[in-house]
Design a protein around this ligand. Structure first.
Ligand code: LFR
Length: 483
């Protein structure tokens, strides 16, 4: 039995979990949880990366306490696309920019003037999202920071660098930059050259399971850990770790990784790079062992989180109980709409979206909440259906993992909308995927199928059978003018 620390950073909180892994054992406990509060400064929305690093150190200390400062390894995953720039001495240049910052507005069009959108998709397989690293780097062109930068590290790689002194670029997260070719799983040199992106900024690629250095002496002292403690590359994109922890027992499954986002799609052996797939805005991100995460980004529980914040943090349980009683499918909005990306004024923006779509405007908080959950279930349905069609990969079950598994109403509505059983759990999928990849690198678990078997045997899962008439959902979808 081994103990692994999983650092898992989400958009609103970070946590350090300790996973104990053995041939028939998989247990996770939380060592430390800390808030992740983006900060708005005059130049825009920034991540408080030093605060996050302090939380990681604190978490590693807590993880080692009680086990004599001993950890078999550490793995780090976080949200995707964002990065820090370092100067020639390896010092961080400025605070990493938040992917919800407005600097990328209108940038994609400039990129497409050089590399047309269709060609970009054929080379990188990435959905259009304004925050893809490529667009962020294009927005940064001409800035003093980029001019001085010698290295670029994606967020988990930056934290790993501070912990170990070693630089690398983990592949699953690199695949969200729009600078990787999903067919070769290498850099897309041609795209980078045509768009003036200096790939020399990136450290060499490493893959989940690769060694990523040892905790530095100062880090050992600060955390009370006894060395040597290796850092192991995991699926450092949180969604890659979460998909690795989908407890599927066959191949005919779809997944929805829920949390701030809903990432809904399939695991495939090869990317789907057709024009139809591009038009449907499906992405081909890279997963473990040569797999492709073929999925669509849906705004997710962000919509509800932002409403709850605007309402001054009322009791969520009560709100969800009231939403469960509210009239179903009274109003729906397109939960995939990038118009919901920026923070602020969410209840008003949802009301505006209802008005624009000719839907009744929610009158109460419960109705707004119901509108969000119905709209998410509808967007889940659409993504699951379209992914099956575009990839020619039928499924019999939908797995929901991540924070949304706690929301029984959302799980049930998703089962109803998809007309398929939903298996919900595990909640801490990203941390479990992180831990399992470390366990695998150290020979404690086998391949992806073994990992999933272990999850299915050890983790509590809840099954939701579809109810009601699926035609109701088709009709609601039609109201939005989409199939
Ligand atoms: C989820 C996630 C998504 C990515 C978004 C922005 O946490 O990593 O997969 O599209 O955040 O990075």
């Amino acid at each position: 039995m081994r103990s692994y620390a999983a650092v898992d950073l989400g958009a609103s909180s970070g946590r350090v979990m300790v996973g104990r892994v053995g041939p028939d054992l998989l247990e996770l406990s939380e060592a430390h949880r800390f808030p992740n509060r983006p900060v708005r400064v005059p130049e825009g929305l920034r991540w408080d990366i030093l605060g996050l690093y302090a939380g990681v150190l604190e978490g590693l200390r807590a993880a080692g306490a009680g086990r004599g400062g001993r950890l078999d390894s550490v793995g780090i995953d976080s949200w995707a696309v964002d990065y820090g720039l370092l100067d020639a001495d390896g010092a961080l240049l400025g605070n990493p920019v938040h992917y919800r910052d407005a600097r990328t507005e209108g940038v994609a069009e400039k990129v497409w003037a050089t590399v047309p959108a269709a060609e970009l998709y054929a080379h990188t397989g990435l959905q259009y999202a304004p925050f893809n690293t490529l667009y962020q780097l294009t927005a940064a062109q001409g800035s003093a920071q980029l001019a001085h930068a010698k290295h670029l590290l994606l967020v988990p790689d930056l934290l790993a660098y501070w912990l170990t002194g070693e630089q690398g670029t983990e592949l699953t997260n690199a695949s969200t930059t729009q600078l990787i070719d999903p067919r070769t799983r290498e850099w897309s040199y041609d795209v980078a050259a045509r768009l003036g992106v200096d790939l020399g900024l990136f450290a060499p690629l490493r893959r989940p399971g690769d060694p990523a250095g040892l905790l530095r002496q100062e880090v050992l002292e600060e955390t009370g850990l006894s060395g040597p403690v290796p850092v192991t590359a995991v699926g450092s994109h949180d969604t890659a770790s979460a998909v690795a922890a989908v407890p599927a027992t066959g191949e005919r499954f779809a997944y929805i990784c829920t949390g701030t986002w809903s990432l809904a799609g399939l695991e495939l052996d090869a990317p789907v790079l057709t024009e139809e797939s591009r038009a449907a805005n499906f992405t081909n991100e890279l997963g473990l062992d040569g797999t492709v995460r073929y999925l669509r980004n849906i705004m997710g529980l962000w919509l509800l989180q932002e409403c709850v914040r605007a309402w001054g943090d009322p009791d969520l349980g009560e709100l969800l109980r009231e939403a469960a009683e509210a009239a179903p499918l009274r109003s729906v909005v397109d939960a995939g709409d990038a118009a919901f990306l920026a923070p602020g004024r969410m209840p008003e923006r949802i009301a505006e979206a209802c008005r624009a779509a000719g839907e009744p405007v929610p009158r109460t908080r419960a109705e707004t909440t119901r509108c969000i959950l119905d709209s998410l279930a509808l967007a889940h349905r659409r993504a699951v259906e379209e992914a099956q069609r575009l990839a020619d990969h039928p499924v019999d079950v939908v797995h929901i993992v991540g924070g949304g598994t706690r929301n029984a109403l959302l799980c049930q509505l998703t089962a109803d909308a998809c007309g398929l059983p939903v298996v919900a759990g595990p909640t801490e999928a990203a941390a479990l995927g992180n831990v399992l990849v470390q366990g695998r690198a150290h020979g404690v678990v086998g391949d992806l199928a073994d990992m999933r078997g272990l999850l299915a045997r050890t983790q509590p899962l809840t099954r939701y059978e579809p109810r009601g008439d699926p035609a109701v959902w088709r009709a609601a979808q039609a109201r939005l003018g989409t199939r």
